[in-house]
Design a protein around this ligand. Structure first.
Ligand code: PMP
Length: 399
């Protein structure tokens, strides 16, 4: 079959859409109060956003972005290496390094590029990169694009990681790649064990803290929560979640950052982060620093909802991050639950294979009001009966 023919035979998304059970690409057209946003002409309470601190519509952040557009224009107009480097990028790097307690930082145009740049930029042919099986797709892609040999270890299994490292030949660099907070299930990496194992086996640990930075440990992130920032040589983050923008950064020693400035291909061969995004992230970082209550509020809201949803009988694993997965069943049950909630004014993310096993992936933010959380709980209570009444084949949409 030719390539275009293969695309034409991809019909699953169209089938799901025609049934009203397509949980992706909802088009939001505006923002309401708290965590509300407009979709299809009506306000819904969004419980899937990465705007954990509620800063994406904060007037201080939007004004910083607008001011940057007035001052610098809309684009960065080139690679930072050549003509797209702004004093704003460097100011953000200085303040990120200071806030997160690392010697240096490097700003990328997206979080995906930051992870890709760090992993693929630091590894060479002959190296080994060991990746947690549930690491974010950006890290999986990064490992594949690096010229290192890729090894997978079972999720959070540091014994298997240690055995894998022990079995490696003595030559070649070794890198271990994990998420700080896993994006699908919201669980934390076992950082103390990872640091110990990496130290014992001379491996460089890279932690992608997209979901922990700005939230955990008063915003200082997962490594700080464990008191281990100094023991993690490379940390990557994104601005698309707590930092209310688009972009990302790598934090590490000055030598690592200087090397990446020349070897991270997503930095060198792609345009620098836009002025508006850079200024928004900088303003958000300053708010994170000055208003540490925001991270705590997001965690409190998530804690409250974990409790409320478990009390309703939903399967919600314990956790200590703003991400709250709700196991509903197979793909079809999950899609139906998504639709039933949307009909009741609640937008929750649906996770589907192959990204991860099907579940509703809720997230709770500092901006959710008490009334909104109560309304979300009421919607989950309300859909229990129609969900229970569904007699569906086990394998859902694939049946
Ligand atoms: N790493 C992790 C763990 C993520 O969850 C994400 C985004 N979902 C990224 C990296 C990519 O970040 P960005 O959206 O800024 O490209």
């Amino acid at each position: 079959m030719d390539i275009v023919g293969r695309c034409a035979s991809f019909t699953r998304s169209r089938q799901a859409r025609s049934l009203g059970l397509y949980p992706f690409y909802s088009a939001f057209s505006g923002r309401g109060p708290g965590a509300a946003r407009t979709v299809g002409g009506r306000d819904v309470i969004v419980c899937g956003s990465g705007d954990y601190l509620g800063l994406a519509a904060d007037p201080r952040v939007t004004e910083a972005a607008a001011e940057a557009v007035r001052r610098y224009g809309t684009g960065s107009s080139g690679s930072r290496l050549l003509n797209g480097n702004l004093d704003l990028h460097e100011q953000l790097e200085d303040e990120l390094a200071q806030f997160f307690g690392k010697p240096a930082a490097l700003v990328f145009a997206t979080g995906y590029q930051a992870g890709l740049g760090a992993v693929a930029g630091l590894c060479r042919t002959g190296d080994h990169v060991l990746v947690d099986q549930e690491a974010h797709a950006s890290l999986v892609d990064a490992a594949r694009l690096s010229r290192a040999r890729v090894h997978w270890f079972p999720h959070n299994d540091t014994d298997r990681l240690a055995a894998g490292l022990k079995a490696l030949p003595g030559n070649g660099g070794r890198m271990v790649v994990v998420d700080g907070v896993y994006s699908m299930r919201g669980d934390l990496c076992p950082l103390p064990d990872l640091v110990r194992v990496c130290h014992e086996h001379r491996a460089t640990l890279v932690v992608d803290d997209a979901h922990g930075a700005g939230v955990l440990a008063e915003g200082h992130g997962t490594c700080a929560q464990y008191g281990l920032t100094d023991d993690v040589p490379v940390i990557s983050l994104t601005f698309s979640k707590a930092f209310a923008s688009i972009g990302g950064a790598v934090l590490g020693d000055k030598a690592v950052i200087e090397y990446l400035r020349h070897y991270a291909r997503p930095l060198v061969f792609s345009a620098g982060a836009s002025p508006a995004n850079t200024a928004a992230a900088l303003e958000a970082l300053r708010i994170v620093r000055d208003e540490p209550w925001r991270g705590r509020a997001a965690l409190d809201n998530a804690h409250r909802m974990r409790h409320a949803l478990s009390a309703l009988g939903y399967r919600v694993p314990p956790g200590e991050t703003p991400l709250v997965p709700v196991d509903i069943g197979d793909e079809l049950r999950t899609a139906v639950a998504w639709k039933l909630l949307l009909d009741r004014g609640v937008h929750v993310n649906a996770v589907m294979p192959p990204a991860a096993p099907a579940c509703l992936r809720a997230s709770f933010c500092a901006s959710h009001t008490r009334e909104q959380l109560d309304a979300v709980t009421a919607a989950f209570a309300d859909i229990r009966e129609p969900l229970a009444a569904l007699a569906l084949p086990e394998n859902g949409l694939t049946a």
